[in-house]
Design a protein around this ligand. Structure first.
Ligand SMILES: Cc1cc2nc3c(=O)[nH]c(=O)nc-3n(C[C@H](O)[C@H](O)[C@H](O)COP(=O)(O)OP(=O)(O)OC[C@H]3O[C@@H](n4cnc5c(N)ncnc54)[C@H](O)[C@@H]3O)c2cc1C
Length: 342
C-alpha cells in the first residue's frame, strides 16, 4: 500500500509491481497537478530507464541543460554536470505536472491499482505493526505500507514518528514569470548572497520558474532580475526547513521521498532522491517478501541510507552557507547573519 503518487510513490509502485507484488497506490489529488521542482539532476536519466519511462519522458520534449550559472556572493561561474565517453551529462527541465502524470501512468501500466482521488486517512495498527490504512475508499490491509505523501509527513503525524529539525525554520517562495527569457540563456541561474539565494530556470518557452530562499524571512516578490517579466499566478510558499524522520522504516512501513527528509532546494536534487528512495523501499520490501532478507535488516538498511543522504546534504549546504556567512554577511550586518548547522 503506497500513499502518494509523486515521484517517490510512483517509483515505489512500479518497482513493487515489477517484482510481482500486488500493489495499491492512493493519490489524493487529480492529475495533472502542480508541483515545484522542475530542474532535474542528470542522475534521474538512468532511473527513468530502470522505471521504463524514458520514452515517454523523451516524447514530452523537456528542455535539457549542461549545468547552471552560479554567483555565490562573487563572480559568475558555470558549473557543468560533467561528461563521459557518450557526451555531456544533461539535466532535465521537466514540467512536473507532466512528469508526475507519466510516472503514475507507468505505475498503472505495470499493474498497480491506483485509487485517485483518494486520501490516506490513518494507518491501521495491530499492536506496534502497521497493517494498512483507512482511506476515503475504506480500509486497505497490506503487509507493507509506504508513506510517499511528501513534505507534510502524513505517516509521521498520524503514527507519532518524531521529525528532527536540523536548521532554523526556512520558507522558500516560488512562482513563474512570463516574458522574454533570452536574457537568461538556456541554463538555470543560482544567485546567492548574505540574505539568501534565488534560483531561476527557463522551464518552458518564454516562461521562467523562480524559487527564492531568504534566510531570515520569506520574500513573496519575484526576484528583481525578473522585473521586466510578467508574474503568472500567485507566489507560493513551502516549508523547506531541513528535517528528517529518523524512524523512517519500522514494523510494516517505510517512509520515502520528502516524507522521510527535506532540505532546502538549493541542492536541486529532491526528485532524484525521491525516485531513489521509492525504488529502494520497494526493492527491500520485495526481498523481505521473497524471504531473502530479514525485515529488521531491510529497515535498518533503509534508515541508514536515508540518514546518510541527509548527513551529506546538510553538511554540504551548511559549509556553503557558512562561506557566505564569512564573506557577504559581514557586510550585510547582524540582521543578515545566517546560522545553519547540521
Ligand atoms: C520551491 C521548491 C523548489 C524545488 N525545486 C526543485 C528542483 O528544481 N529540483 C528537484 O529535484 N527538486 C526540487 N524541489 C524538491 C521536490 O519538489 C521534492 O523533493 C519532490 O517533489 C519530492 O517528491 P515526493 O514524491 O517525495 O513528494 P511530492 O512530489 O510532494 O508527492 C507527494 C504526493 O502525495 C500526495 N498526498 C499527500 N497526502 C496524501 C494523502 N494523505 N493520501 C494520498 N496522497 C497524498 C500529494 O497529493 C502528492 O501528489 C523543490 C521543492 C520546493 C519546495
Amino acid at each position: 500500500m503506497i500513499a502518494g503518487g509523486g515521484p517517490a510513490g510512483s517509483a515505489a509502485a512500479i518497482w513493487c509491481a515489477r517484482h510481482g507484488l500486488r500493489t495499491v497506490l492512493l493519490e489524493t489529488q487529480s492529475f495533472p497537478r502542480d508541483r515545484p521542482g522542475e530542474s532535474l539532476h542528470p542522475g534521474v536519466e538512468p532511473l527513468f530507464r530502470q522505471l521504463g519511462v524514458e520514452r515517454a519522458e523523451e516524447a514530452a520534449g523537456f528542455p535539457r541543460y549542461r549545468g547552471h550559472w552560479v554567483s555565490w556572493g562573487g563572480p559568475w561561474r558555470f558549473e557543468e554536470f560533467g561528461s563521459d565517453s557518450t557526451g555531456p551529462w544533461l539535466g532535465i527541465q521537466a514540467w512536473r505536472a507532466t512528469l508526475d502524470s507519466i510516472l503514475l501512468e507507468a505505475a498503472r501500466g505495470a499493474g498497480v491499482e491506483v485509487l485517485q482521488p483518494c486520501r490516506a486517512l490513518a494507518p491501521m495498527r495491530e499492536g506496534k505493526r502497521i497493517v494498512g490504512v483507512s482511506s476515503e475508499a475504506g480500509e486497505i490491509r497490506a503487509r507493507f505500507t509506504i508513506d510517499a505523501t511528501g513534505s507534510r509527513h502524513w505517516l509521521s503525524r498520524k503514527a507519532g514518528l518524531p521529525t528532527r529539525r536540523a536548521s532554523p525554520r526556512l520558507i522558500a517562495t516560488y512562482g513563474y514569470c512570463a516574458g522574454d527569457p533570452d536574457v537568461f540563456g538556456e541554463e538555470p541561474v543560482l544567485e546567492g548572497n548574505g540574505t539568501g539565494w534565488v534560483w531561476i530556470a527557463p522551464v518552458r518557452p518564454a516562461l521562467c520558474a523562480w524559487t527564492r530562499l531568504r534566510f531570515n524571512h520569506p520574500d513573496r516578490h519575484p526576484p528583481p532580475s525578473l522585473r521586466d517579466m510578467q508574474p503568472t499566478g500567485p507566489t507560493r510558499g513551502a516549508d523547506v526547513t531541513w528535517r528528517i524522520v529518523d524512524a523512517c522504516a519500522g514494523d510494516g512501513y517505510y517512509v520515502a521521498g520528502d516524507a522521510a527528509s527535506v532540505i532546502d532546494p538549493a541542492s536541486s536534487h529532491g526528485v532524484l532522491k525521491a525516485l531513489m528512495s521509492g525504488i529502494l523501499a520497494a526493492d527491500l520490501i520485495a526481498r523481505v517478501h521473497g524471504g531473502s532478507l530479514p525485515e529488521s535488516a531491510a529497515g535498518e538498511a533503509f534508515r541508514e541510507w536515508t540518514a546518510g543522504w541527509f548527513r551529506r546534504d546538510t553538511k554540504r549546504l551548511a559549509e556553503l552557507y557558512a562561506q557566505i556567512d564569512r564573506t557577504d554577511l559581514r557586510r550585510s550586518g547582524p540582521g543578515g547573519r545566517v546560522r545553519l548547522r547540521p
